[in-house]
Design a protein around this ligand. Sequence first.
Ligand code: ADP
Length: 663
Amino acid sequence: MFNKILIANRGEIACRVIKTARRMGIATVAVYSDADREALHVRMADEAIHIGPAPARESYLLGDRILGAALATHADAVHPGYGFLSENAGFAAACAEQGVIFIGPPTGAIESMGSKSAAKRIMEEAGVPLVPGYHGDDQDPELLRAAAQDMGYPVLLKATAGGGGKGMRQVWSAGEFDEALAAAKRESAASFGDDTMLVEKYLTKPRHVEFQVFCDNHGNGIYLAERDCSVQRRHQKVIEEAPAPGMSEALRKEMGDAAVKSAQAIDYRGAGTVEFLLDEDGSFYFMEMNTRLQVEHPVTEMITGQDLVEWQLLVASGSALPLTQDQVRINGHAFEARVYAEDPDNDFLPVTGTLGFLQPPEESAHVRVDTGVRQGDEISVYYDPMIAKLIVWDESRERALQRLASALAEYRIGGTVTNLDFLYNLATSRPFVEAELDTGFIDKHSELIFHERHQDLERELPLAALALLLHKQQQGAQSCLDPWSPWQRNNAWRLNEPHAHRLTLHCHQQDHPVLVEQRGEDYIITAAGRETRLRGELQDDTLHLDAEGHRQRGTLARTLDGFTLYLTEGACHFREVPPDTGEADGAGTDAGLAAPMNGTIVALLAEVGSPVDADAPLLVMEAMKMEHTIRAPAAGVVQSFYYQPGDLVDGGAELLDFAAGEE
Ligand code: ADP
């Protein structure tokens, strides 16, 4: 086994590889760009080498520099992760030349699968079923159009050098063909420096089902079940699951054998994925083979109980596969949701930002979070905007899906736009729950998935107001060192604070006036034309809410311009609009001069009818063996006191009538 490996990648996959290497007693070397000086993968590795400026072209894609780092640190092998150099045959060859093991397949296998059309020709020869299509070298537009006509519309144009859904166009009729071909070629040339196209029959309701394969240097090749990745946006995976719903043992074996046959046709080694389109009638077609570890490999790990990175390291160092085909067991069901900084309402455009607040769900045997970022890290323009992969497991699909929904609801991210609500809506939508999967899922069910998860102002405003008030009290308490001081209590009582608070909250693009009155432990909150009675306690950033017996927990996070309150139903963003101190309108400041709790009136300090300044002491009462002073909420006049010294009062009782701003 290796003593030390270098990870030629960043983010979650670099962290993921480091974890397994550490568990196996293998030392790790990270590489990093200027933008990643403080990144988690750099912190986690035993050593780290700076390789250049932020843009990937000048750092993570520079094979020579990375290989130089491996040689300088005496790493035995390089793990390329996915993306970047992972499917770069030139880099794999350069590693081999320098005596550094490339943890991946042989150069020849990468080359064979690098072109979609060459790959299809190899698979055709090996007898693996293909989608009917043309994948020849002759690129005469007339010939391509004739091929489309022969196979019948709709057809799909695909860049042979393509990946990530780029350079792909559906064509529904002959009339659209020329324009679509030109567009696909332009996109392909721009993305891959090559505009060779293939044409294939476009299946209208297929599922994307892929098989995890593994081969070693001892002639063994097996598959580790399949993943269903049908839920895609712009041909990119969003939620993946394993096993594929409804997969029969017979079909799994047939497809799995075809996958292993595909791998063996190119003399494969290590981890690979064979992607198929599975049609409604159960026919399946080879689509492509990815010669690396996939982003979604964790769902396979969860249902097989294996660590695929460990397998990669074993195979690359010459060991045989740990299991035979017969020993592979499928246990339960797993989902992976890709959490992105992106805007689902704006065509999933990536969004940048600083992760000012980051609270993933708690990890357990059921919940796994693979991430490369911490609170305070930046999602920059330079790299993929993935924040994390959320992976869940349980005994059945139904239970795993429940885990997914609750883990998504608990995931709290502030400081950037994310697809969390979108993922939650998707995961809880009826067609997804019922596994009505095909690659058109998101388009077909867009109204279900794109609805706003939280639009209920009436419900949110009081909670936001209470959260803000408790936050302010907490801030006050933190500045006081006496543990016996009433400031340290988290209940309603606050010395010297008026018991009616008028706030203006900016929420859902509008300012909303809110009145909060304290009555004992209760807060009566009037907002959006409705009165709500709540109790609450804020411990650190966890908010415990009690709405007349209905309790729930939320999280309050400070953001750059305000707050985010995370509740099970979604997140609510708000900020306080500072009070307009210029003019006292006098209205309403008399509200809520109430006893904070049961107690006895001790003294009346102001004269009825005489003007007092704001904050002037008006009345002292005793409660819980302490004296509490009620002060004037503004300059004004006490119109009358409702109690006399010695009187017992109930918490919440109005104590006096105060008119602000009057002579
Ligand atoms: P890329 O390498 O760019 O990701 P793929 O060939 O893997 O491209 O295809 C990506 C996705 O496009 C598939 O998962 C599937 O949803 C869709 N797709 C590809 N080929 C076809 C086809 N012939 N018919 C229908 N959908 C297809």
